[in-house]
Design a protein around this ligand. Structure first.
Ligand SMILES: NC(=O)c1ccc[n+]([C@@H]2O[C@H](COP(=O)([O-])OP(=O)(O)OC[C@H]3O[C@@H](n4cnc5c(N)ncnc54)[C@H](OP(=O)(O)O)[C@@H]3O)[C@@H](O)[C@H]2O)c1
Length: 338
């Protein structure tokens, strides 16, 4: 009898997504060396070149194995691309066991350095866990005329998973994992501007919306399992793209926070992927209503911690569900999907 598992990871050419892929491959190795691989990892990337490079780097990590790595092109900021990816996944795979909705964008535009230095001196752990000194680009829109960060971080994934479910690629045994963040603060989301076209914090707004949606969806019932997980804080391209070589100072700051007792400074994407692997390997997780986080001890020992989320009102859940449901219907219509 063939027993195969399939894991889809969006945005897997770098950072956390690459870390999740590496950890899954490490964990699901064949018990006997020459036994065939039973695990297929499907990377999604924005270009063929990025996907092929990621496959090559993953294969180099496991040179002894004939690992099954495949990819699908997906740009979440383009709904046509999301629809095409859903159809391609349906055509190529009988089912998905794990769906890591990891891809995410953060359009960092600047840093208030005075504030950053002062806040870090006064309370480094607070400053580097819940930073307030970043300036994000405001009002960026996609070619689909939606808030760019909203579409990349929330709606693109919402559409993808809902379509995959309609196409019967997701079922009761599928674990869908949403990628949350510690910075999902209540005040960052304005229900009159759900796509955050006018707000100062589109990234935080998108992550707060994700938290609310998760709880709303769990409450209303889903035909698959869904978990909300965050990676703590690790230095990835999200930081590197803006900071360049200064990212080394961010990394040093993160190490310092860990030494000062912060459980959330996972620092490396590999450690940050711990909770994501944990979700996959648990045969039964009692409660989908917990936001799980990758964490470490001071000495770097990995652990899982539940994370508190700020109060979600029933009306928040209703508004966010209705908004996403209507937008989904609108886009299916625009894309001529019956
Ligand atoms: N790093 C942290 O400390 C941290 C903390 C909390 C949460 N997270 C979350 O972790 C996830 C991964 O982020 P990361 O830190 O690993 O950053 P990263 O290294 O920049 O990786 C982000 C991935 O998402 C892809 N992506 C971005 N926008 C996309 C779009 N519109 N369509 C398709 N793919 C897109 C990127 O593709 P390209 O390479 O083509 O840009 C890349 O593969 C994100 O959801 C982020 O919010 C990270």
């Amino acid at each position: 009898m063939s027993f195969r598992k399939y894991a889809l990871i969006t945005g897997s050419n770098s950072g956390l997504g690459f870390g999740i892929a590496a950890r899954l491959l490490e964990f699901y190795k064949p018990r006997i060396e020459d036994e065939p691989e039973t695990f297929t990892i499907i990377l999604t990337c924005r270009s063929r070149a990025k996907a092929e490079d990621a496959c090559k780097r993953l294969k180099e990590l496991f040179p002894e194995r004939k690992i099954r790595l495949e990819y699908v092109i997906l740009d979440l900021s383009n709904m046509q691309s999301v629809e095409e990816a859903a159809l391609e996944i349906k055509a190529r795979y009988p089912k998905l066991d794990y769906v890591y909705l990891n891809a995410g964008a953060w359009d960092l535009q600047g840093i208030n350095w005075m504030q950053a230095i002062f806040a870090t001196i006064m309370n480094p752990v607070k400053a580097l866990t819940y930073p307030t000194f970043y300036k994000e680009a405001m009002g960026s829109t996609s070619e689909d005329s939606m808030g760019y960060i909203f579409q990349s971080n929330v709606f693109g994934h919402y559409y993808l998973k809902t379509r995959l479910c309609e196409l019967s690629v997701l079922g009761s045994s599928t674990k869908v994992v949403l990628t949350g963040s510690l910075v999902a603060k209540k005040e960052s989301l304005n229900f009159d501007d759900i796509q955050c076209l006018h707000g100062e914090r589109p990234y935080q707004s998108s992550k707060r919306l994700l938290d609310i949606l998760h709880y709303a969806e769990i409450e209303s019932g889903l035909p698959y399992q869904q978990y909300l997980v965050h990676p703590g804080l690790c230095t990835t391209n999200m930081y590197q793209t803006f900071l360049g070589f200064i990212v080394i100072f961010a990394k040093l700051g993160f190490w310092l926070c860990r030494l000062l007792g912060s459980p959330w400074h996972t620092v490396s994407p590999y450690t940050a992927a711990y909770a994501f692997l944990w979700i996959a390997t648990q045969s039964h997780i009692e409660d989908e209503n917990i936001k799980w986080g990758s964490a470490t001890t001071m000495s770097g020992k990995e652990k899982i911690l539940p994370t508190s989320i700020e109060l979600v009102l029933p009306s928040d859940k209703t508004k966010s569900m209705t908004y996403m449901h209507d937008l989904y219907k609108e886009w299916k219509h625009k894309l001529n999907v019956s």
